[in-house]
Design a protein around this ligand. Structure first.
Ligand SMILES: Cc1cc2nc3c(=O)[nH]c(=O)nc-3n(C[C@H](O)[C@H](O)[C@H](O)COP(=O)(O)OP(=O)(O)OC[C@H]3O[C@@H](n4cnc5c(N)ncnc54)[C@H](O)[C@@H]3O)c2cc1C
Ligand code: FES
Length: 248
């Protein structure tokens, strides 16, 4: 059973209308790998009672970072937390992305960037990144991403002078005709469904799924996802799966 840690907030910065970067002091005991997640609990509050899962966006000595979108009650309350407040954190949980041997393709849909940034940073200049957002102002960490990726392609659903107009899977189809590199992806379910149509049967494609969770540790079956071998728990069997295994 993972321990609960009381962690001090270093910053909780608003990046866009509804996206925040939360940086907290990381207890030395936490060793993480890209693709894993933590459960964050809003301290003494009874409402919301359950912790919320967030991918580890980045983890450096003494600091662990989460990138989150305000969705409902929990994340709205989280967005009001300030520097020097405390939060209760547990983890890391879940299966991580198997490490790439050479170059690899990353597909990030919107806030899905939160799950794949750490992987690209861990293997700098090896990722061909395909990053899809709705509009220009939602493009996050442009300079940092250029720094850590080999090549970067951005798609926006709304017109923007320097991006591909359309959905990110279309951009992948256009640019990746001859590439058979392993793919690592995270994004909304609709993006994963499209991606499944693009991936060749011979191509390795790891995706992080973000089902709703309750216990986070495999006990409640609140997070199951359908696979070729029956239902699996996202919190312990995932969140990273080979897309060919999933019935999307
Ligand atoms: C393994 C994992 C990693 C995640 N990593 C991140 C991350 O790095 N950054 C981030 O912003 N979010 C992430 N999520 C999603 C995040 O946990 C939810 O957005 C959050 O729990 C919503 O809590 P809330 O109290 O604000 O919303 P609630 O009040 O619980 O729900 C509000 C709305 O959000 C929707 N919602 C709730 N949970 C999810 C979910 N898991 N996926 C999609 N929609 C949801 C609900 O359907 C509802 O419409 C992750 C989820 C999982 C399972
Ligand atoms: S959240 Fe309880 S089993 Fe996954």
């Amino acid at each position: 059973m993972n321990k609960l840690f009381r962690a001090k907030i270093i910053k909780n910065e608003q990046l866009t209308k509804d996206i925040y970067l939360l940086c907290v002091e990381s207890p030395d005991e936490i060793q993480s790998k890209p693709g894993q997640f933590c459960l964050l609990k809003l301290n003494q509050r009874l409402d919301p009672l359950l912790s919320r899962p967030f991918s580890i966006f980045d983890h450096v000595s003494g600091e662990i970072k989460f990138l989150y979108r305000v969705k409902g009650k929990g994340t709205r309350i989280l967005s009001t937390f300030k520097k020097d407040d405390y939060i209760t954190l547990s983890g890391p949980f879940g299966r991580w992305y198997p490490f790439p041997q050479g170059d690899f393709i990353v597909i990030a849909g919107g806030i899905g960037l939160a799950s794949v940034y750490y992987l690209m940073k861990r293997f700098p200049k090896r990722a061909y990144l395909f990053y899809g957002v709705r509009e220009e102002r939602e493009i996050l960490f442009y300079d940092e991403l250029r720094e850590i990726t080999k090549e970067m392609y951005i798609s926006t659903e709304m017109e923007c002078p320097y991006t591909y107009k359309g959905i990110v899977t279309e951009l992948v189809k256009e640019k990746c005709k001859n590439l058979s590199l392993p793919i690592y992806a995270c994004g909304p379910m609709v993006m994963l469904k499209e991606l499944k149509k693009v991936v060749k049967e011979s191509q390795v494609c790891y995706v992080a799924t973000e089902e709703r969770m309750a216990c986070g540790v495999g006990a409640c079956l609140g997070c199951v996802i359908e696979t070729k071998e029956g239902f699996k728990r996202v919190c312990t069997d995932g969140p990273v799966f080979d897309i060919r295994e999933l019935l999307l």
